[in-house]
Design a protein around this ligand. Sequence first.
Ligand SMILES: C[S@@+](CC[C@H](N)C(=O)[O-])C[C@H]1O[C@@H](n2cnc3c(N)ncnc32)[C@H](O)[C@@H]1O
Length: 248
Amino acid sequence: MESGGASKIDVRSKWSNAEAGARYALNRWRDPRAALRDPMLVERILDRHGVRPAMRPVLDVPCGTGRLRGVIERRQMRYVGVDVSLPMLHEAQRLDASGWMQAEVERLPFQDDSFDVVVCCRLLHHLRTPDQIEAVVQELTRVSRRMVIASFWDSASLHALRRRVGLRRSEGPTGRRAVSKRMLRQVFDASGAEVVGFHYSFRFVSQQTFAVALKRAPVDERAKEARSIRSRLFDLDIDSAPGSLGKA
Ligand SMILES: C[S@@+](CC[C@H](N)C(=O)[O-])C[C@H]1O[C@@H](n2cnc3c(N)ncnc32)[C@H](O)[C@@H]1O
């Protein structure tokens, strides 16, 4: 049985049937220009924030059919893709046999700080409630050591505005929902990360926006750092005893 309530099952069931992977890879992204947009934006974000290969890999969750793998690996960074849907993962395996794992984004089977960067593309606007968004963001931040990149449908975009004034049909109660930047900032803040930027293909026109959040050091880590600076200064005084720094 699936855990976590009916609304979560709705989200997953969209990608759970046997053809979901092939359909997503071949139909959803058959326009090559549209297909390139997310990978290019992620690449631009990594460049802009000076992300370099690190000891820890990059997590892509949900990875779907693994569209972002190329961007990460071209930068010589190790890639791990996680998704709850086996059909999506089977399609992803056509790219590469290894590096995939089935798991739920709300309960990732990794320790805190396991990844240098965590990317979450095209999930948040499928979630039904702010509580679900909070739970996902909290988990993304927990397993990241440094940065979380998360895309969402921006409530300040032209698409969302047209929907609000009735010029576009609403997708109904089970459809995708726009998320406000303000709300996302607050959710990241509560999870221990600070949103440092929003990125778009075309500002206001693109409905999808990427938020970049940097994880804050825990308070006790900052205190440890301050203690270590104090003790280094103290050592300096003692070492400098006869003659040099000690004589002002
Ligand atoms: C729109 S697709 C996006 C996939 C990929 N990030 C991309 O941009 O191509 C949404 C994905 O979320 C996955 N998903 C939905 N709920 C999930 C959950 N609770 N845990 C992990 N993956 C989930 C689906 O299986 C699907 O592959």
